[in-house]
Design a protein around this ligand. Structure first.
Ligand code: TMP
Ligand code: ASP
Length: 260
């Protein structure tokens, strides 16, 4: 399959066309942004880790019957995915209060929520990804009632599965963001899980120490983002105990690949 032209460049990923119209290549960049692009940096090796972690999670979700866009990982930074029309909504799932929820409503940081809380934000950086209600999604035809009901069921299963998956390796799933897309196949349209699930899009705290193992290390200038993401990958069994995808090694791997 041939890699074609760039179709779209987002803050952390690039989408390329392929010779197959129904498939595209998703490239994970090292760019990190926060607060809707107000804070920016490049963190060597982040894209490699997110590619691997997202592949692992989406593959596991396929196994429990959650349809998603992943076809297969191609290399260190790229995946082949199904082309979908992304629903312009960020579906935020919260198990523990932190981040914008604590700021917006004054809920105490770390409050364990009785039930998972689902929030919707419009995906629009210029507007600052505003919080919206379910009614907005229906009023502006971003999804139908039936699609939304299916998405909500998927989200609860994904949350249950991910709480268990991370819990088993000593990580608390605090909150995360999901995106869904409309897949057109055999004359039918189906809503499937899309985008990525990684420490960029989740809040992950060590179960014992509450150490932040996610993008809050960048948002809050805590440092050591790569060691934290590597720790997540190692605990999930993606990287071996002794492998170290530090920025140095990633650069080395890249130059070895180029020489070949
Ligand atoms: P928040 O507390 O900043 O609203 O974030 C909630 C969760 O959603 C957190 O895990 C980070 C994730 N998230 C994204 O992945 N992308 C975004 O643009 C935002 C605002 C949050
Ligand atoms: N992804 C968003 C941004 O870049 C927000 C965030 O993750 O904090 O700007």
């Amino acid at each position: 399959m041939k890699k074609g032209k760039k179709l779209y460049e987002g803050k952390a990923k690039i989408i390329y066309a392929t010779s197959d119209k129904s498939l595209v290549i998703q490239y994970f960049k090292d760019d990190a942004t926060a607060f809707n692009n107000l804070k920016k940096s490049t963190i060597q090796g982040k894209g490699v880790l997110n590619n691997r972690i997202s592949e692992h999670i989406l593959t596991n979700l396929t196994q429990i019957g959650i349809k998603n866009h992943l076809v297969k990982r191609l290399n260190m930074r790229e995946q082949i995915i199904k082309l979908v029309e992304i629903i312009p909504i960020e579906f935020i799932v919260r198990n523990v209060a932190t981040g914008s929820l604590t700021k917006r409503l004054g809920i105490e940081e770390g409050t364990v929520l009785k039930h998972p809380l689902l929030e919707y934000c419009l995906k629009d950086d210029k507007l600052g990804d505003p919080l919206i209600a379910e009614e907005h999604i229906l009023a502006f035809d971003w999804a139908t009632k039936l699609e939304l009901e299916k998405v909500k069921k998927m989200i609860l299963r994904i949350n249950d599965f991910m709480i268990g998956m991370f819990g088993a390796v000593g990580i608390k799933l605090i909150d995360f963001k999901l995106e869904f897309g409309k897949l057109k196949e055999n004359g039918k349209t189906e809503v499937i899980l899309a985008d990525e699930i990684s420490p960029d899009t989740c809040r992950l705290w060590d179960s014992i120490t509450d150490k932040r193992l996610d993008k809050d290390r960048f948002r809050k200038d805590l440092g050591d983002l790569i060691p934290a993401y590597t720790e997540v990958a190692k605990r999930l069994g993606i990287l071996h105990e002794h492998s170290n995808l530090s920025s140095v090694n990633v650069t080395k791997l890249r130059s070895i690949k180029k020489k070949k």
